[in-house]
Ligand binder design. Structure first.
Ligand SMILES: [Mn+2]
Length: 380
């Protein structure tokens, strides 16, 4: 069977004021074209379907349409929630959808759901492990088995109790590492300097034939070729200009045969790229003007109206900065680093004041942030 592996769609994402929904629609169409062209049987989505827990109407509409198209093509679809998704909302309709071969696991309920499908070599078990929150896992397995992030993931993966004589595939939305820190793309982390980043060992996944990971936006394998982050289908931050996007198409053969993986490049409707040089030169030599542009100015002196002038040629200008002194032209967004001497809560309060000209964060908002924080969830 042949699988197309996706993750981190972040439908509804708005980047520096630019609504990316049309770019997302475009890339999903391209993905379906790839699925057709490569004769794919199943699409996997390893979490972060939406950009937030309360997705925009246009994001829901887009995903709805996508499911309809997948279903019309006769494909299987397997999806799990990510840390950005509301597990409950992602679960909506899932009981009904499965009649159309659309299998979605939003909420973790103490067991990892298994779906068995058939191909010419027999049966394949596909495990849908939704994004795991420590508290949810602890309520089923107790505090001892869920002390660290690695324990949480390991405990749940082990509980699958897979039949090793069969072919097994798992979808997961977690940080998984083979020892060294994975290379991030840039849009995963919002509060990099707050808290520590934890990783689960790739060892837990040793007996799976393919591990379809989501959470890290830069495409990469972890430890072996068949444990893989597909990466997000689009660049989702101005730090990702150098991260080309692709989708892995995985051909699963007989048990014991290493699956073949082809990385098919994704070509966005508008690329996000960095340009570097003196302002006048950048304006004179402008090409592909619809692209999302991150401009690095090498002028020695601050240029009058640099941002507005660049925006005239590049309407989708994302950010401007000077390389000499790292001076941010966009002074509405000062560079901020967390003060490690303060608690998370105090850092958040301070940050909120800075961003709102001195307003105080509400208790309700603070509670949401703390909940996220406690769920080991400090990432995008
Ligand atoms: Mn993500």
């Amino acid at each position: 069977m042949r699988l197309l592996h996706l993750s981190d769609l972040h439908l509804g994402r708005v980047l520096n004021g630019f609504d990316l929904i049309d770019d997302q629609r475009y890339i999903l169409e391209q993905i379906l074209d790839i699925a057709k062209e490569k004769n794919v049987d199943s699409i996997l989505i390893s979490g972060d379907i939406y950009n937030k827990r309360t997705p925009t109407e246009s994001a829901v509409e887009l995903f709805d349409k996508f499911l309809e198209q997948v279903s019309e093509m006769g494909l299987n679809l397997f999806a799990i929630s990510g840390n950005h998704d509301s597990d409950v909302r992602v679960d909506f309709g899932s009981g009904v959808f499965r009649k159309n071969k659309i299998y979605i696991a939003g909420r973790y309920r103490g067991e990892v759901e298994k779906v068995t499908v058939k191909d010419e070599f027999g049966e394949v078990d596909i495990w849908l492990m939704p994004y795991l929150k420590k508290a949810a896992v602890a309520s089923y397995f107790g505090a001892e088995k869920t002390e660290t992030y690695n324990d949480v993931v390991g405990t749940v993966v082990k509980s699958c109790n897979i039949d090793k004589t069969r072919r097994n595939i798992i979808l997961a939305h977690q940080f998984v590492s083979a020892g060294e820190k994975p290379r991030l793309a840039g849009s995963e982390l919002r509060y990099e300097s707050v808290g520590t980043l934890d990783f689960a060992s790739v060892k837990w996944f040793d007996d799976f034939d393919y591990v379809a990971l989501g959470h890290i936006h830069r495409p990469q394998s972890v430890g072996r070729k068949t444990v893989r982050y597909s990466g997000s289908p689009l660049k989702y931050s101005d730090r990702e200009t150098d991260v080309p996007k692709s989708v892995p198409v995985v051909t699963l053969g007989k048990k014991g045969e290493e699956p073949e993986i082809e990385k098919v490049p994704l070509i966005p409707r508008r690329d996000m790229r960095k340009i570097k040089g003196e302002l006048e030169k950048l304006i004179d030599e402008a090409v592909d003007k619809d692209d999302y542009i991150v401009a690095e100015l090498t002028d020695k002196y601050r240029q009058h109206d640099a941002r507005a002038r660049l925006k005239q040629v590049y309407p989708n200008l994302i950010s401007v900065f000077y390389s000499e002194n790292e001076f941010e032209e966009d002074d509405a967004k000062p560079r901020i680093a967390a003060n490690t001497a303060l608690s998370f809560e105090d850092n958040v309060r301070e940050f909120y004041r800075l961003m709102t000209d001195g307003e105080e964060i509400s208790d309700e908002e603070m509670k949401i942030l703390l909940d996220i924080m406690r769920g080991d969830d400090i990432t995008e």
